[in-house]
Design a protein around this ligand. Structure first.
Ligand code: MN
Length: 252
């Protein structure tokens, strides 16, 4: 078994794409809760776990809070991970619990819409942040290699052209959201898009490989209103090994 397949299974990678499958998960929950939930939402990134024993859990950072300095400051990383990401984890668990109560008849079904929305928002936030942390490293290599590098060249012409588009997509997100480099599972080619908030991905169903959080909470302490500068700094931290692993698992 290669190191890559030891780190991720295809199921795990597909599982972290909870954004597009929350609906089907909800439909199936009542029938076979344990297996189905594990199947769909088993977020396992490196040795960190995003879902464990029936609950979403906050994965620890794969580096120290100050490890991404000077491009991403310690105070922002600490607040971002320990407060914002943790909040999405708590929100996802609360919403999932309420939906279970509705399914069990303990809570009126008229509340369903609110809790579905809450689960969509918070679980999508949990998924994207879990990818975001592992997409960065204090010791980045300058460029992707292997199959990912080939796929980038094939689709965009060069790494520079891909990053130019990725940065522009991230910069252009209206309000709070994400820039995303993902795999279109239909064409099996790379695609760049944005997402508003967490759950409103412009291309539903894509498998995110590289995600840039452009919520102000990600950068305002250090970069103030200069989102473009923050995006430039994020791109200096990209963990291409992680993106390569995600790509290989996504294409299967
Ligand atoms: Mn964030």
């Amino acid at each position: 078994m290669s190191p890559i397949s030891q780190r991720y299974t295809r199921r795990q990678i597909l599982g972290i794409i909870g954004i597009s499958i929350i609906g089907s998960w909800l439909k199936s929950e009542a029938k076979e809760p344990t297996n189905r939930i594990n199947d769909m939402t088993n977020i396992q990134i490196d040795s960190t776990i995003g879902y464990e024993n029936g609950k979403y859990v906050l994965p620890p950072l794969p580096y120290a809070y100050d490890a991404l300095e000077p491009f991403m400051d310690e105070a922002s990383v600490r607040l971002h991970h320990d407060k914002h990401h943790a909040g999405y984890v708590a929100g996802a668990n609360a919403a999932a619990e309420k939906l279970r109560e509705i399914a069990d008849g303990k809570l009126d079904a008229s509340a369903t819409t609110n809790w579905v929305r809450a689960l969509s928002f918070n679980l999508s936030g949990h998924v994207l942040h879990s990818i975001f942390w592992t997409n960065m490293t204090p010791t980045p290599k300058p460029a992707p290699e292997g199959a990912l590098a080939e796929a980038i060249n094939q689709k965009f012409g060069s790494l520079e052209a891909m990053l130019k588009t990725f940065k522009a997509a991230s910069l252009g997100v209206e309000g709070s959201g994400w820039g995303i480099l993902g795999l279109d599972p239909l064409s099996k080619t790379l695609i760049i898009c944005g997402a508003e908030k967490h759950q409103n991905v412009e291309v539903p169903g894509i498998i995110p490989l590289l995600v840039c959080d452009v919520w102000e909470h990600a950068y305002y302490l250090k970069h103030q209103n200069m989102r473009a500068n923050y995006i430039e700094d994020f791109c200096k931290l990209i963990n291409w090994d992680d993106v390569e692993n995600r790509y290989l698992c996504a294409i299967g």
